[in-house]
Design a binder for this molecule. Structure first.
Ligand SMILES: [Zn+2]
Length: 374
């Protein structure tokens, strides 16, 4: 994979790399489209309004519904959803974690019961890749063993060992498929080890040996404090190779993203912008506001006067407040567009600041601004 570091300030980096559906520049925020759609948006919104070309879909959910036969017949997720940018698919490790008691981790894979109809399924590293080939995801995350925090040293060690074992199976299966077919899908491994220095170091070195296209830091934002996460990122990024993308999974607030970039992270995803939007929480350049509050009933200014998104350039806080109170579907769409645009723009601006060598000043100013309303 062609990967280039275009600028650096401290550990913060502006990079670019090429995927099957176009070039990606970082730092980047990837909107989450679990079911093959970003909740409240259609694919044209993603292309023309959000103007981004890398989004997430979820292997576990798409496998259960619509199923891989339908995805194969559609010619992959790009045709099925009519979005021809890049997709990254999560491997199912996080779903296994979040399904809790419906899941059993075994050394050869993860057994789970469908949350839809209770049917039984078993994911092996190879099976996960087969599903991801059917989806035709541009970045395939491999199966990992994720544990919540706090965790015992024994459980962390188990998770690291199992994740390495599954990584070995995944890369050897993928290399075999590459020999047989003209496969352009990239494959990323997921580092585990909780907030334990030695475990993270071990997990990273074992995975790096296997030469994946990129590396994710998994197992964070699962119960630890932001400070603990930052301390972990301080060393975890140093364990990863310079010339490969680094992806921090499932994180987080705008502040978390800025701190992550500062420690060398290139890629982020989180459901927070869309989930918060649905619950009336709107991100602005001056902190988070709750659009449900009565003070916005007659506020005829945009959600964020510094934002150029479709929502802010066409509608007022008063109108969004009204739509929320009236429980109108259009509220979800307009609020999600704004929150996602806010996240995507924050990272595009961060990239520009790194390229301009003004990152430190930019970060400080943004953190000060974001703290205003909180
Ligand atoms: Zn906006």
């Amino acid at each position: 994979m062609q990967f280039q570091i275009q600028a650096k300030v401290g550990k913060a980096r502006a990079c670019s790399f090429t995927l099957a559906h176009g070039n990606v520049v970082t730092p980047i925020f990837m909107p989450v489209g679990t079911q093959g759609v970003i909740k409240g948006l259609n694919s044209l919104d993603v292309k023309h309004v959000l103007q981004t070309n890398l989004i997430l879909a979820n292997t576990y959910h798409l496998y259960l519904r619509p199923g891989i036969e339908t995805l194969k017949k559609a010619g992959g997720i790009h045709n099925f959803a009519n979005f021809h940018g890049n997709y990254l698919t999560d491997s199912g490790g996080f779903q296994a974690f979040s399904l809790g008691e419906n899941v059993k981790h075994e050394d050869c894979g993860i057994a789970f019961k469908s949350h839809i109809d209770g049917s039984k399924h078993f994911f092996t590293p190879e099976k996960v890749l087969d599903i991801e080939y059917a989806i035709n995801s541009d970045i395939m995350m491999i199966l990992d063993d994720l544990t919540g925090l706090p965790a015992t040293k024994e459980r962390l060690l188990d998770s690291v060992k199992r994740t390495t074992k599954w990584a070995k199976q995944s890369i050897s299966y993928h290399n075999m498929q590459k020999e047989k077919y003209d496969i352009k899908n990239k494959i990323f491994a997921i580092m585990q080890g909780g907030t334990d220095y030695d475990m993270r170091k071990r997990s990273a070195s074992e995975l790096i040996e296997l030469a994946f296209d990129g590396y994710a830091i998994g197992g964070l934002a699962v119960g630890e404090s932001s400070q603990e996460m930052y301390e972990c990122l301080d060393y975890a990024c140093d364990f990863l190779p310079d010339l490969k993308p680094r992806y921090l999974m499932g994180v987080g607030t705008p502040e978390n993203l800025l701190e992550g970039i500062d420690r060398g992270i290139d890629m982020f995803d989180c459901v927070m912008p869309t989930r918060n939007a649905r619950n009336a929480a709107i991100f602005t350049n001056h902190g988070k506001i709750n659009i449900k509050k009565t003070c916005y009933k007659n506020d005829f200014t945009p959600l964020d006067s510094q934002c150029n998104c479709l929502t802010c350039t066409n509608y007022t806080r008063a109108y969004l407040h009204h739509l929320f109170r009236a429980n109108e579907i259009t509220y979800h769409s307009l609020a999600s567009i704004h929150n996602l645009y806010f996240y995507i723009t924050l990272l595009k601006d961060s990239r520009q600041a790194i390229l301009d060598q003004t990152w430190q000043q930019f970060k400080k100013q943004k953190l000060d601004d974001l703290a205003q309303i909180n």
